[in-house]
Design a binder for this molecule. Structure first.
Ligand SMILES: [Fe+2]
Length: 188
């Protein structure tokens, strides 16, 4: 079933707004950023980008936790709701989730269950997520990665994941900036 952008927003709001209000602030800002940079994807892909932006962190809803890995939990739940496979796949693998899955011992599970899309939409989703802070503030990507490291602490699995993922996350942001015709220091 093709999920409309409005339906995606309402689903995200339903599952995130009350139980995880801070995460909901982040998600609203990620969606706003995705809209702002949607010129980096073909016009026919803009609704998919927006739906994935609204839903990318739905797996943080306490009611949807299964494995505890939010990308996989969210994507599995979306599949059960019969949301399009493309959106579910983007959520499953968003922002280099395949590397976090490896840190969690779930790499082969994630890869077997969901196809990983590469290209402008996956890059733009990563860019919107990784230039938006936990309260919705806008960040340069390197500052956002530093923020994540300091929030989780040196020994945390998420910090190990971010260190491994940094080159690919930064590359996705830079490719998106190139598609938009802006440089790293300019606002997107
Ligand atoms: Fe996010």
């Amino acid at each position: 079933m093709t999920v409309s952008v409005d339906a995606a927003r309402l689903l995200a709001r339903q599952w995130l707004r009350e139980p995880v209000a801070r995460r909901w602030r982040h998600v609203q800002a990620v969606a706003a950023k995705a809209e702002q940079i949607s010129g980096a994807v073909p016009a026919s892909d803009r609704d998919v980008l927006m739906a994935a932006a609204w839903l990318h962190d739905v797996g943080y809803s306490p009611d949807l936790v299964d494995t505890g890995f939010h990308s996989l939990d969210g994507a599995r739940w979306l599949r059960r709701q019969e949301v399009d496979e493309r959106v579910a796949g983007l959520v499953a693998h968003h922002s280099c989730a395949w590397l976090e899955a490896e840190e969690r011992g779930l790499g082969s599970v994630l890869g077997a269950e969901f196809e990983r899309e590469e290209g402008p939409v996956a890059d733009a989703l990563c860019c919107a997520d990784m230039t938006t802070g936990p309260d919705g503030q806008s960040f340069e990507v390197l500052d956002r990665l530093a923020e994540i490291r300091s929030r989780y602490g040196a020994d945390h699995l998420v910090t190990r994941f971010i260190s491994r993922a940094e080159p690919e996350i930064v590359a996705a942001v830079r490719r998106t900036e190139e598609r938009l015709g802006v440089g790293p220091s300019q606002p997107m």
